[in-house]
Design a protein around this ligand. Structure first.
Ligand code: ADE
Ligand code: ZN
Length: 326
């Protein structure tokens, strides 16, 4: 189909991507073997058969198991480079990726090991293909604010490599206001701020992300559509939503891709972008997300262009870099 070919060719950005969520089963088994770590699943097929989720937590349980085979700097490098090669082949020109340091610190993997592997891969992608990138450190919201503060301390020697701070993991029961103080400290360090909000959590959590955490953008934000005043506030503040269609389908945030609200978001004038979240678990990378929207939602060419343009203009690239792409 012509629209699919067009979507594949457009220069795209990825603004919502968890690097640990790009861990393909075959690479996971290869690294497990080289690190002599036992996985609960015996084969790639057995593991992949478990990728059936009815809610966010089902996925997270597998996601934390999967990342547990990452031990050495080269593991983080190989994981990141495999992802970057993949999306380079899909005409992604700029990535802003999350990593979850607490998911590795808790297993005794030092912060420096994690960030060096990821950062060096991002640098190499810049040298090889001119791909640009930002790195976002995420706090796990099911852990305490104290743990987030400890993580921030560990990050300080590497703060020049970190562009932004995020908030992810189990949303329900862990509202943004739980992290008021640590995000204040992050803002004082002049870091950009984003938070997962309104994926499973209610509109109230999106309000908190805006008013208390003072986010520069919102990850997901689907449930903001339930609250007209909130929609108006997001527009007034010109905030971006990093929307993840295949993720929404796999985690039952939407029941059917035909029901995905992306076109309504554009219709409302919201700065929506298309992203892949955890592509190894959710059935596809950037182009697969566009293809699913084209095949199921009746999205048109103008809307596809708008989404790709939003991806550039809503990114954290500097102004001149944006002008080059737009
Ligand atoms: N961690 C990785 N992917 C996530 C998602 N979609 N929501 C919350 N936490 C996550
Ligand atoms: Zn996410």
């Amino acid at each position: 189909k012509a629209l699919v070919a067009l979507a594949q060719k457009m220069p795209k950005t990825e603004l919502h991507l968890h690097i640990e969520g790009t861990f393909e089963a075959d690479q996971m088994f290869a690294i497990a073997q080289r690190n002599k770590v036992d996985l609960k699943y015996k084969t790639v097929e057995e593991l992949k058969a478990a990728y059936q989720f009815t809610q966010l937590q089902d996925f997270l349980d597998l996601y934390y198991q999967g990342m547990s085979v990452l031990l050495h700097e080269v593991d983080f490098y190989d994981l990141t480079m495999a992802y970057l090669e993949k999306v380079h082949s899909e005409n992604v020109v700029h990535v802003e990726i999350f990593f979850d340091p607490q998911g590795h610190l808790s297993r005794g993997v030092p912060f420096e090991i994690q960030i060096s592997g990821i950062y060096n891969a991002l640098q190499d992608a810049g040298k090889k293909w001119g791909m640009t990138s930002k790195l976002i450190m995420s706090f796990l919201r099911h852990l305490s604010e104290e743990s987030a503060f400890e993580t921030l301390e560990q990050a300080k020697p590497f703060i020049k490599w970190i562009d932004g701070i995020g908030l992810d993991s189990s949303e329900l029961g862990h509202p943004p206001k739980k992290f008021t103080n640590v995000f204040k400290a992050c803002r004082d360090l002049r870091l950009k701020i984003t938070a997962h909000a309104g994926e499973e959590g209610p509109p109230e959590y999106v309000w908190q992300a805006i008013d208390i955490i003072k986010v520069d953008r919102i990850d997901h934000g689907n449930r903001a559509l339930e609250d007209e005043l909130l929609i108006a506030e997001i527009k007034k503040r010109d905030l971006t939503l990093t929307v993840c269609p295949l993720s929404n389908l796999k985690l039952c945030v939407v029941t059917d891709m035909k029901q995905h609200p992306i076109r309504s978001m554009l219709e409302l004038g919201l700065n929506a972008t298309i992203n892949s979240d955890d592509p190894a678990y959710f059935g596809g990378y950037m182009n697969d997300n566009y293809t699913a929207l084209i095949e199921k939602t009746g999205i048109n060419k103008e809307e596809l262009f708008q989404l790709a343009k939003n991806g550039i203009s809503c990114s954290w690239m500097d102004k001149t870099a944006k002008e080059i792409h737009l």
